[in-house]
Design a protein around this ligand. Structure first.
Ligand code: NAD
Length: 302
């Protein structure tokens, strides 16, 4: 993918998926502003990219606030003169079931993911609109946001909100030629290595063993680098007409997620009373309720 001349910001790119995105964008010719709240990983990531012949600078900031978002965009403009691509990847987890979740657990996750995506995208959209020649907002959702996930009140709400951002902003920014999509990744990172169903595969990966085809395909589970090609594609001119989409990536699997829509309707002239709904519920709109949560396939017996 040819990204020479383009300038990108990748938030939370000190390690994991963000680092893989930043490396791929730089390897494709983009100049990259690496960001992380962790200064050491941010600096190391920028060095890794420049050592490999790419162009990168590190901007250490805790994504969430308007100040951090403005500083990131200002750094891109100060160093490289413009901004073409923003990848809002920074993220944290504070998993608890609803009744055990503290205000701080909730606010932290909403602050980094939802507020951070909003503030960074707003700053980037202002800069891109001023430049007047389009741009790319590449947001980061999660299967948890698409389907819900046990123990992830804060995270699933933030990620569902990010999918909603992609839909709304793709409409608002279409005239400016700015595309907005959400990547829905799956990958072995610090964030996923403690998930019991995936631990065996993470250990295999660490031991340098090949990931079984079942994991790479049915679970879409691979390394962070497996998700990076999608981000480079979305950043490129080849994806200039791709917008408003939630696109799954991981292991060997690329997928398109559906957006919610009404799947069953019923009409009552004059409106619906509670009794009327109760009478027809199971034979009309309630006949096939929607499922929740991701149902991971069982591994093959061996
Ligand atoms: N790994 C997966 O399977 C998976 C699945 C779905 C979604 N995601 C999403 O992908 C993104 C990257 O996740 P990952 O798995 O690479 O996790 P990770 O924990 O390895 O990396 C996240 C990075 O973000 C940084 N960060 C945290 N808060 C920050 C802040 N306020 N400002 C700047 N940087 C901050 C961390 O320091 C870390 O370097 C996250 O948004 C995550 O929710 C990951």
């Amino acid at each position: 993918m040819e990204l020479t001349g383009k300038v990108a910001i990748v938030t939370g790119s000190g390690r994991g998926l963000g680092l893989a995105y930043a490396k791929e964008l730089a390897a494709s010719g983009a100049k990259v502003v690496v960001n992380d709240v962790d200064a050491a990983t941010a600096e190391a990531a920028a060095k890794e990219i420049t050592d490999a012949g790419g162009t990168a600078v590190a901007e250490v900031a805790a994504v969430g606030s308007t100040e951090a978002a403005d500083a990131l965009v200002a750094r891109a403009v100060a160093e490289f003169g413009r901004l073409d691509v923003l990848v809002t990847n920074a993220g944290v987890l504070r998993d608890r079931v609803l009744w055990k979740m503290s205000d701080d657990d909730f606010d932290t996750v909403i602050g980094v993911h939802l507020r951070g995506t909003f503030t960074c995208a707003r700053a980037a959209a202002r800069q891109m609109r001023e430049q007047g020649d389009g741009g790319r907002l590449i947001l980061v959702g999660s299967p948890a946001g698409q389907r819900g996930n046990f123990g992830q009140t804060n995270y699933s709400a933030a990620k569902a909100g990010i999918a909603a951002f992609a839909r709304t902003w793709s409409m608002e920014l279409a005239r400016a030629g700015i595309t907005v999509n959400a990547v829905i990744p799956v990958a072995a990172t610090a964030m996923t290595e403690t998930i019991p169903a995936l631990q065996g595969y993470v250990e295999k990966m660490r031991a340098g063993e090949p990931m079984p085809a079942f994991a790479r395909q049915a679970l879409a589970f691979g390394g962070p680098e497996d998700a990076a090609g999608l981000v480079a594609f979305l950043a490129s001119d080849a994806a200039s007409d791709v917008t408003g989409q939630c696109i799954g990536i991981g292991g060997d699997r690329l997928s398109l997620w559906s957006h919610p829509q009404q799947v069953a309707t019923a009409y009552a002239e004059g409106g619906w009373s509670a009794d009327a709904i109760a009478r027809v519920w199971s034979t009309t709109v309630g006949a096939e309720p929607q499922s929740v949560g991701e149902k991971l396939p069982e591994p093959p017996a061996n």
